[in-house]
Design a protein around this ligand. Structure first.
Ligand code: UT7
Length: 328
């Protein structure tokens, strides 16, 4: 007897070419490179060019993930794009990615859990694969958060950047008595009581405008480490693992201090933590797959490694996913 596993076959990332440094922000709001680096760890962020949309970023990342997997869009029967910043109110970014990939079969839809979006989408795709509803999924996290920034609000405009990351997830039959590859466990949480601590002050059915990000940073910070560590510990327990078993920790890249705090609290050695926040800032749903892509491509993550993904964002939403890496 075999069981169905969801295995990552390939990963890809895309960052817009324009880089904005902290020094540039100094000329826009009352801030300093020193404050931003000390409080967040961020030194620069990528910003999408005029006319470059979330679906463009998502498609570029998806193409790289497919190439890494040695596959084409023909092999895919499910696309889930995690995003908060769609090209249009509808159709979904996933439908646009499907069209840009020249794929006219299967199904495609968006999932919105803000910065936790990729972890939520990965768990959703995992369920589709394990239930037999799909066989090969493209799971993308893509956001152009700079489009919803108030560039006069120093509390938020220094924190975000644009980007996209993607994985190809495929169902595979595994022997139950061997170390299982792929997604071993996922934990997703949300609590709508906190929505006003991090939200966008506009929308289709409220103001009829796009709106801007508003955040009570200190309040978000206060909850972040505890929420993150809870889902990490639950995901580890579900798989019968402990923090000591982890080879790599890929946290959401919002703030270096939150990353360090969560790593310390869970008990993960600093050298096992993948950090991109210094160069990418907070790319929302793209942050985890972009960090995963970097650590796979530079050779840190190898086949057989145990990898913990984690994210937390608006809603609040938060989640973790434990993976045994299998792609080379
Ligand atoms: O994906 C999840 C989304 N977001 C997060 O995870 C972010 C969570 N929060 C954070 O990362 C941090 O709370 C921030 C980086 C946003 C702020 O750091 P903090 O250490 O919590 O600072 P604070 O909010 O307590 O503000 C300290 C001071 C304030 O001045 P006063 O009131 O003490 O005079 C702020 O007005 O820093 C001021 N400040 C700034 N100063 C220079 C806030 N933003 C800036 C800025 N430059 N950009």
């Amino acid at each position: 007897m075999t069981i169905t596993c969801s295995v990552i076959r390939g990963v890809g990332g895309y960052l817009p070419s324009k880089v904005m440094t902290n020094a540039e922000l100094e000329s826009m709001v009352d801030t300093s490179d020193e404050w931003i680096v000390q409080r967040t760890g961020i030194r620069q962020r990528h910003v999408a060019a005029k006319g470059e949309t979330t679906s463009d970023l998502a498609t570029a990342a998806a193409q790289k993930a497919l190439a890494h997997a040695g596959m084409t869009a023909k092999d895919v029967d499910l696309i889930i794009v995690a995003t908060t910043t769609p090209d249009y109110t509808f159709p979904s970014v996933a439908s646009l990615v499907q069209e840009k990939l020249g794929m006219h079969h299967g199904c495609a839809f968006d999932q919105q859990a803000v910065c936790s979006g990729f972890v939520f989408a990965l768990a959703t795709a995992d369920s589709y694969l394990k239930s037999g509803m799909a066989r090969t999924a493209l799971v993308v996290g893509a956001d152009t958060m700079t489009r919803i920034l108030d560039w006069k609000d120093r509390n938020t405009c220094v924190l975000f950047g644009d980007g996209a990351g993607a994985v190809v997830l495929q169902a595979q039959q595994c022997a139950p008595d061997e170390p299982r590859p792929g997604i071993l466990s996922s934990r997703l949480r949300s609590d709508g009581r906190h929505w006003k601590k991090l939200y966008v002050d506009g929308g289709v059915s409220s103001t009829g405008t796009i709106g801007h990000i508003r955040m009570q940073g200190r309040e978000v910070f206060k909850h972040a480490v505890a929420m993150i560590t809870d889902v990490i510990n639950d995901a580890l327990a579900d798989a019968g693992k402990s923090a000591a078993d982890l080879d790599w920790f890929i946290p959401h890249q919002a703030n270096r201090r939150i990353i360090d705090g969560a790593g310390r609290k869970v008990g993960i050695a600093p050298e096992k933590v993948v950090v991109t926040v210094d160069r990418h800032a907070n790319t929302s749903a793209a942050s985890v797959p972009l960090a995963l892509d970097e650590a796979v491509r530079d050779g840190r993550i190898k086949a057989g490694d145990l990898v913990m993904l984690e994210a937390m964002g608006g809603g609040f939403t938060w989640g973790a996913s434990l993976i045994r890496w299998s792609a080379d």
